[in-house]
Structure formats: structure tokens, C-alpha cells
Design a protein around this ligand. Sequence first.
Ligand SMILES: [Fe+2]
Ligand SMILES: [Fe+2]
Length: 290
Amino acid sequence: MTPPELLLEQVMVHVNDIPGLPDVLFKVNEVVNDPESSADDLERAINNDIAVSAKLIRLVNSASYGLPSQISTLSRAIPMLGFTMVRNLVMSVSLFQLDAIFEPDLKKFWLHSFATGVVAQAIAVTDRLPDAKSQSLAGLLHDIGKVVFIQNFIRETQAVLQEQISKGLTYYEAEKNLFLTNHAEIGREIAIKWNFPPNLIAAIGYHHDPDAADGFADFARVTAAANILSQLTEEGFFFEKGYEESADACSEFYQLSEKAYKFAILEFNSQTKFFENFIEQLVLEYRAAK
Ligand SMILES: [Fe+2]
Ligand SMILES: [Fe+2]
């Protein structure tokens, strides 16, 4: 296995090699964050990138198959799915296009990421925290560092999994035991490289240790709690086990109220089937193109 110092160096080389995000994403984000903007503005922003918009319409179309109402065009999709969901879909499509994405189980990874975004946003909305829309994006991207590490360091990833199982640690603890860096720090470097705003950089970088997120600890605590709640278990997601267990699990980071919990479940249930279909199609297309 690569010695820790050398590994750190190699990780940074890979981070530097990651391409920038497509412009469409910044435009879409701007529109989503502007309370004055309309569905037409969002549609125009997405249509700036023909490849992304064509793919988005195609995937939304096949993902809505079997749902009560079909969503075949962007102008229908936007009011039905909502701005934040559409922005998250554009984000997922753009990331897959970067071709820097690999995970032994892509679908599981994206479902966890999506659930973290939904839960984080629901908490922020219920508790009237600022930046609820950014919470959704922070949740969606919090583990982005894992993606880069796993893709480039297969042997080291296996060592992390081994360490995790043999010592009963979390993935993050196992990484910290073995290396000089971890997926949260790597994610932070990527977020800096992509010119993300400071709250997003902090939430990605400190989602396992939010108190260390200088100036953004409150923001990062919500991502940290949502990350715990949206761990996949054998039966489904952790937060589906009930309020008491959920509140207890994330209490180290955030005091989850029953109201926020109920809203998170509601939001998750109303959005997840569609997103699951969408990711399934995206993964299928990605694998077919390989
Ligand atoms: Fe993580
Ligand atoms: Fe996570």
C-alpha cells in the first residue's frame, strides 16, 4: 500500500486533475438561489447547455414512467419537481459527465447523498435556518471526496473497508487510522477547486466534525446530522426507524425535533421514488457508455 505521505501527495494530484464544473450549473444555482426568479428563468438557464438539458429531459421522462403523472418537458418538470430538485438533478447529470465518478455501488451512493440533501433541507426549513437550499446541495455533495478516492485508490479503499470491519469503526474513523487525509478533507479540496461558497466548503469538509467548521459550525451540524440519519440500513434508511432512534443517533450534532423529523420523512417519501428512478437511468446510461 502507498505510504501515507505519498498518498496525500497523490490525492492532491488527482484533485487538481478534476475538471471544472460546467457553466450551466453556476447559472442554474444562481436562478435557484434568487427568490425573484421564475420557472422560465430556470428553464432558460438549463437550456444554455444543450447536452445537459437534452439528457435531463430524457431522464426525467423515463424516471417519471409509472408515476401518477408524466413529466415530459422541462416546463412541466420544473413546477412539479420544484427548483431545488431540478437543480440537484442538473448537478447529478453534470457530475456523471465529468467521468470522475466511480463507486462500487453507484446507486446506493447517490441515494444516500440524495437522502442527506432532502433531510438537511427539511430540518433547515422546519427550524427556519438560513440557507435551506444550500443545505440540500451540501447534503447531495457531502461525500464527493469518497468518489475521487475510491476511483483512484482501489487498494487503499479495500484497506479502509477491512479496517472498518475488523475494528468496528466508521468509514471515516478507519480512514483516519490509516491515512493522513480522509474523504471529508478531499471533498473540501474539491469544493474549493470548484469555487463553491464557504458554507458549502465547510459543510463538505466537516460533515463528520462540524464543530471544527470555523464560522460555519451551525450550517455543518445540519449536514452532519442529516448524514447520520440517511445512512442506509438493511431495512432502508436509518431515519425510517422512527423519531426516537433518529433523534438519538444525531443528537451529538443536532437536536432533532419531532416536527423536523416528520417533515423530513414526508419530503423524502414524496421525492425519493422519482429520484431513485432517475439515478437508475443515469447509472444505466453511464455504464452503457463505458
Ligand atoms: Fe462522509
Ligand atoms: Fe455520507
